[in-house]
Design a protein around this ligand. Structure first.
Ligand code: UDP
Length: 456
């Protein structure tokens, strides 16, 4: 039996004041023919990073509209997370193993080409580790479902192994949800993964650009991620609570703050964020930088990159590097994002960057690189700025620090943009539509015939 993630309870009706009655009614109607459908979401981790964030909202909401949804975790261990982080990096376009070639080390020394310096190896032994844990996960897989959504490359092989071991459990529709940008995926790693994706009925990508030409699934859906406006991380907070939390972490609520909330990961460019702050600090003497990054269980690079960032930050008492190990949870992230004059997202590559919608929802402007799904969220000049260079990043952030009214206006626009496009209710609706389109023609619930009869 695979570990089940406990989920909170959510009510679709609680979203009426946020998105309006009409949209909620549409969602309820969309869910009606799917009532009782058994849905499984399977991923690598219950904590840290965007996928866990998405599932913690959408799974309870699926239940609230009548689906029998659950969330389980693949079988994993540190040796697998080392391998899957490398797969993640290589699929996002890392080409060089820094320890393996002198050229790579030389590039790494030249911090200017940071992007190319993000390296990872790919060896037959690593492929074996990935296969081994996917086979083990398939062995522990129990039950049948109308819809199984497998998230990201970590457990992508489960279906293929299940077909070998117990094909009778391959009931209903299987969907692979890819949260990462495959545009520059390294060919040999993609060639390795691709056959494992062939048995899926459909795949989901955030953007059309991410879909490989030779994607083997018969159907591809485009669905952008979304945030939950009612989660502890995004719900409104009183100003005094925000100030209290800042003081608790030694941050002065009366001085300007810029922040980046992201795992300590080379693709998020935390070193670049420190550099931007240092340049701004010359003009804004009272500026503070908050960098918040939870350590996801499936991300072994986190601690290593936290240390690198701390080294770059040096002794400056106005730089606060915080993680879940310091007691930073969703509530604190919420307060930090709200307290920021400007929120940065200086990523080199992104799948989507939920943190951007989180900041915009809180009415804060975002200055960000145009990586991955960020341009979907930040309309440059309307709710923040998309920047290409360090210099531009410094200038735009400085502009917003100098003009708080402009910052507030852009933030307000951002909140409306998120309301329209990036709330979890829209994500729920997209899943329901996809499920309807795919249909699930085999009942998985012999004990509840009425539920299966009501299905399309
Ligand atoms: N996050 C968090 N605490 C942190 C850092 C990040 O809760 O210290 C959350 C963040 O608020 C967001 C998610 O982790 O909800 C990160 O998702 P995103 O899509 O931005 O990036 P990913 O980590 O998936 O690459």
């Amino acid at each position: 039996m695979l570990e089940q993630v406990p989920i909170s309870s959510k009510e679709i009706d609680d979203y009426r004041p946020i998105i309006g009655d009409q949209r909620v009614d549409e969602i309820v109607a969309l869910a009606k023919p799917l009532r009782g459908a058994r849905v499984l979401h399977l991923n690598a981790t219950a904590f840290g990073g965007g996928v866990a964030e998405l599932l913690s909202a959408v799974v309870p909401l699926m239940r609230s509209v009548g689906l029998d949804a659950e969330w389980r975790l693949m079988v994993g261990a540190p040796e697998l997370w080392e391998v899957t982080k490398a797969i993640h990096n290589l699929l996002q376009g890392a080409y060089i193993c820094p320890t393996a070639t002198p050229l790579a080390s030389a590039i790494r020394r030249r911090g200017a080409i940071r992007e190319r310096a993000i390296g990872a190896c790919w060896t037959p032994e690593m492929a074996d580790v990935w296969r081994c844990y996917n086979a083990l996960t398939a062995e522990r897989f129990e039950g049948t479902y109308d819809f199984v959504v497998i998230h990201d490359p970590q457990p992508a092989g489960v279906l293929a192994f299940l077909l070998q071991q117990r094909p009778e459990l391959r009931v209903g529709k299987w969907i692979w949800r890819c949260h990462i940008d495959l545009t520059r995926a390294r060919a040999d790693v993609w060639d390795f993964l691709r056959p494992y994706l062939a048995p899926y009925d459909a795949s989901i990508f955030t953007m059309l650009e991410y879909v490989k030409q030779d994607m083997p699934t018969p159907r591809v859906a485009l669905i952008a991620p979304a945030i939950d406006p009612l989660s502890t991380k995004n719900v409104d907070l009183p100003a005094e609570t925000i100030r209290d939390i800042l003081r608790q972490f030694g941050v002065d609520p009366d001085r300007p703050i810029i922040s980046q909330v992201s795992r300590f990961d080379p693709w998020k460019d935390p070193l670049g964020v420190v550099d931007v702050y240092k340049r701004l600090k010359r003009d804004f003497r009272d500026l503070q930088l908050l960098m918040v990054g939870s350590m996801a269980t499936d991300d072994p690079e986190g601690l290593r990159y936290f240390e690198l960032t701390a080294r770059r930050a040096g002794e400056d008492p106005d730089i606060h590097l915080l993680t879940n190990f310091h007691g930073v949870g969703n509530f604190e992230v919420n307060a930090f994002q709200r307290a920021s004059r400007v929120v940065l997202q200086k990523s080199i590559r992104e799948g989507f960057a939920l943190t951007v919608s989180e900041a915009l929802w809180k009415g804060r402007p975002v200055v960000a690189t145009a990586a991955g799904g960020i341009p979907l969220q930040v309309a440059s000049g309307q709710c923040g700025y998309l920047v290409k260079t360090m210099r531009e990043c410094v200038e735009r952030t400085g502009e917003l620090l100098r003009d708080p009214d402009l910052a507030d206006n852009l933030g307000r626009n951002g909140r409306e943009r998120v309301r329209e496009n990036f709330l979890t209710t829209r994500l729920l609706s997209d899943y329901l539509q996809l499920f309807q389109t795919l249909g699930s023609h085999t009942s998985t619930r012999a004990s509840t015939p009425s539920a299966s009869r009501s299905r399309p």
